[in-house]
Design a protein around this ligand. Structure first.
Ligand code: ZN
Length: 231
């Protein structure tokens, strides 16, 4: 995400370093929380794949569920209506597997319910991807030619990416909320201990998105500070 592009203002690199620290902390926490609860089973004895299917079905979403390589590579693909679950999640019969699987199924429910932040997020993706390679060029030209307006053009393009990170937050929190609700309703998660475990796994996962959002806001502020201090 945060890629190296030489010649940008020092403030930007400082913000990026802080953001990388936050992201490393968040992803280490996800891994340790996932591992901790992957040793804890649930009474319903379901696998992640079974839980995902049950959650999606009860939310009215028709999805295919596939096993997908990679640790915590789980995601929902809205184009093919497919839930891709990593082997540990797909086959696991643990709180961690069920939490992650149900969260991804939560995204499929958002899709079928036409949940606005998810729709907005999908619409921003192309512009955010395009802008990602464009904003540093605009800022570099602005700095080199000493055109403050050009720096602000770069900042404007960068802001699309910030909006994308911010819209991701309600999408992620809502998927977890839907997951927890359906897990409780269907009895897949039956005890308070199980529910608390699911909550911890999903909260840790959500923090990675919070870290990414904070990073992009810090980077934006750094760029604005540099433009305002421009000679
Ligand atoms: Zn998600």
């Amino acid at each position: 995400m945060a890629f190296i592009f030489f010649g940008l203002p020092a403030e930007y690199y400082i913000a990026t370093l802080i953001g990388m620290g936050l992201s490393l902390w968040a992803s280490a926490r996800v891994k340790s929380t996932f591992h901790r609860f992957s040793n804890v089973g649930v009474r319903s004895g379901m696998t992640g794949a079974q839980a995902a299917a049950a959650v999606a079905r009860s939310g009215g979403a028709q999805v295919a569920i596939e096993r997908h390589q990679g640790f915590l590579s789980d995601h929902y693909d809205p184009r093919s209506k497919t839930l891709r679950l990593s082997p540990e999640v797909y086959d696991g019969r643990s709180i961690s597997s069920i939490a992650v699987a149900a969260h991804e199924a939560g995204h499929s429910i958002q899709d079928v319910k036409n949940y606005a932040p998810l729709r907005i997020r999908s619409q921003i993706v192309p512009a955010a991807n395009f802008g990602n390679s464009l904003w540093p060029i605009a800022i570099l030209i602005g700095l080199m030619a000493n055109i403050t307006g050009m720096i602000y053009v770069g900042i404007g393009i960068f802001t699309i990416g910030v909006v994308f990170q911010l819209v991701t937050l309600p999408v992620e929190f809502d998927a977890s909320k839907r997951a927890k609700l359906v897990l409780a309703e269907t009895g897949i998660v039956a005890t308070r201990e199980e529910a608390e475990g699911v909550e911890k796994v999903l909260d840790a996962a959500a923090m990675t998105y919070v870290a990414a959002a904070i990073t992009s806001i810090l980077q934006l502020l750094a760029l604005i500070a540099r433009a305002r201090n421009g000679r």
